[in-house]
Design a protein around this ligand. Structure first.
Ligand code: HEC
Length: 228
């Protein structure tokens, strides 16, 4: 073999090695979630009532599952948002078997973007004290813990409030978006009622002598199926 052929062989071997390494790292790439992972809802794609994205760049894979009438397993990097203050992100395979590798997030959103208020897997709770996993795990297996409507989860119940109207109003007024959409009077009134409900809840918790805010027991929720 002359020097030139030798060089070509070495070059081919190195390229192959690099190719294999790149492929392997794409398959088990860690899903690193930062505050930049959560954009203004309207910058993401809307599928039915939720906004979807993929922080590993695999939006095609995420959309394929979201739009499939049969369900499926969402690919790593998937970000789902229904309301601005909460999100779920599909982490790398094996990150959390109990939650199908979903990580749950509570966000503080403002015009400057999202701050991560809390994050976690099976132990994560919502602002009103409900366990994310308790509700989301009721989705039938083919829906990969994504509730939407008709997937088997209990509907979200907030006493005296019209939840679909409320989530629509929250989506329209995501403070991260440059130009929030105008609200109807009904939506405005519903947002005000939610604010009052949250204030009442905070006051009740403060009165309950230092009981941690998150510790809502089933007894507290009365006959409501679950707390959002
Ligand atoms: C009371 C039960 C309940 C709790 C608690 C709850 N969720 Fe949900 N969540 C639902 C239901 C039901 C939907 C579907 C709502 C719809 O589309 O009308 C939903 C929708 C979502 C969606 C849109 C994707 C989907 O599954 O439809 C995200 C994201 C989400 N929730 C995140 C969270 C996070 C994060 C937490 C905890 C911090 C949480 N949820 C707690 C019941 C719950």
């Amino acid at each position: 073999m002359n020097i030139c052929t030798g060089k070509i062989l070495v070059f081919t071997a190195v390229s192959l090695l690099i190719g294999i390494t790149v492929q392997a790292s794409a398959a088990d790439r860690k899903v690193v979630v930062t505050e930049q992972s959560f954009e203004c809802l309207h910058q993401n794609q809307k599928v039915r009532n939720m906004y979807v994205d993929n922080i590993l760049g695999n939006l095609t894979g995420t959309l394929a599952v979201a739009k499939s009438g049969m369900g499926g397993v969402y690919p790593p990097g998937t970000v789902l948002q229904l309301i601005p203050a909460e999100a779920m992100v599909k982490r790398e395979k094996g990150a959390s078997p109990a939650t199908n590798d979903w990580e749950f997030f509570a966000l503080d959103v403002s015009k400057d973007g999202a701050k991560i208020k809390a994050r976690g897997f099976a132990e994560m709770k919502s602002a009103l004290g409900g366990s994310c996993l308790d509700c989301h795990s009721k989705a039938k297996p083919q829906w990969d813990m994504v509730c939407e409507q008709g997937h088997g989860c209990d509907p979200i119940v907030l006493p005296g409030l019209d939840v679909p109207l409320l989530t629509g109003a929250m989506q329209k007024t995501d403070p991260r978006c440059a130009s929030p959409e105008p609200l109807t009077l009904k939506e405005l009134a519903e947002l005000k009622r939610l604010k009052e409900l949250l204030e009442k809840k905070a006051a009740a918790q403060a009165a309950a002598n230092g009981q941690p805010a998150e510790r809502t027991t089933p007894a507290d929720t009365g006959t409501a199926p679950a707390v959002w």
